[in-house]
Design a protein around this ligand. Structure first.
Ligand code: HEC
Length: 196
């Protein structure tokens, strides 16, 4: 009987070890991926802002400025993807470019970000990371909220120039990314990494 208890104890201990070690490894792994994601988002934000500034400073038409933003966002994004081997982009509950439409998971996280902000949390705190299982695959997914700043309202705000409106209507006939105020959530950066 004593031997039996011993075996059970050993078994329980083994199961505990088997369960615990991978859990710890997974936690470290998740933390590493979060750190990398933060770096990717920071670098992407910086590069997109660079293109935005160049477009705003250039002596070109508003329409050409918008095209520069479009090309700049896409170039900065693919640069990040090439360097880091994972998919990164921007999304929003109200998109300008339909290619940035959130999928179901992203939509749910964007809604959670909005609820957290409504409950008083700072936008700079709004990030979310998770291992997501779907269709037999595990993917690491990460999102970080993007605030509306002063420079943004010129193209995403309420009182847009007629020239901006005309150019937006032409390039983005289904544009939903207008009417934002400073301090609101404009959208989020989103990262996906396949695990297996
Ligand atoms: C000169 C005009 C302009 C300014 C200023 C501007 N944007 Fe945009 N924004 C655009 C255009 C054009 C797109 C669509 C880009 C594309 O086609 O991928 C866009 C797309 C986005 C998207 C991707 C989601 C979507 O709606 O398609 C986000 C997020 C975004 N902008 C955030 C910002 C933020 C934050 C600022 C201020 C720091 C800002 N933008 C300033 C023109 C602008």
């Amino acid at each position: 009987m004593k031997g039996m208890t011993h075996i059970v104890t050993v078994l329980v201990a083994c199961i505990a070890v088997i369960c615990w070690i991978p859990a710890d490894v997974a936690a470290d792994d998740l933390e590493d991926r979060i750190v990398t994601s933060r770096a990717a988002v920071k670098s992407l934000a910086k590069n997109i802002k660079g293109y935005l500034k160049a477009a705003l400073d250039a002596s070109i038409s508003v329409e050409e400025k918008l095209f520069m933003c479009k090309a700049g966002a896409s170039e900065a994004t693919s640069q990040e993807v090439d360097e880091r081997q994972f998919s990164v982009g921007r999304t929003s509950l109200r998109v300008r470019n339909p290619e940035n439409t959130p999928d179901e998971w992203e939509h749910a996280i964007l809604e959670k970000f909005q609820a957290r902000k409504d409950a008083g949390e700072k936008i700079s705190n709004l990030e979310h990371a998770e291992m997501v299982d779907a269709n037999g695959h595990t993917r690491f997914r990460y999102m970080k909220a993007i605030p509306v700043g002063q420079v943004c309202v010129m193209c995403h705000g309420k009182a847009l120039d007629l020239e901006v409106i005309a150019a937006l209507d032409k390039i983005y006939p289904n544009d939903q990314a207008r009417g934002f105020e400073i301090g609101e959530i404009r959208g989020a950066f989103t990262i996906t990494q396949p695990i297996k």
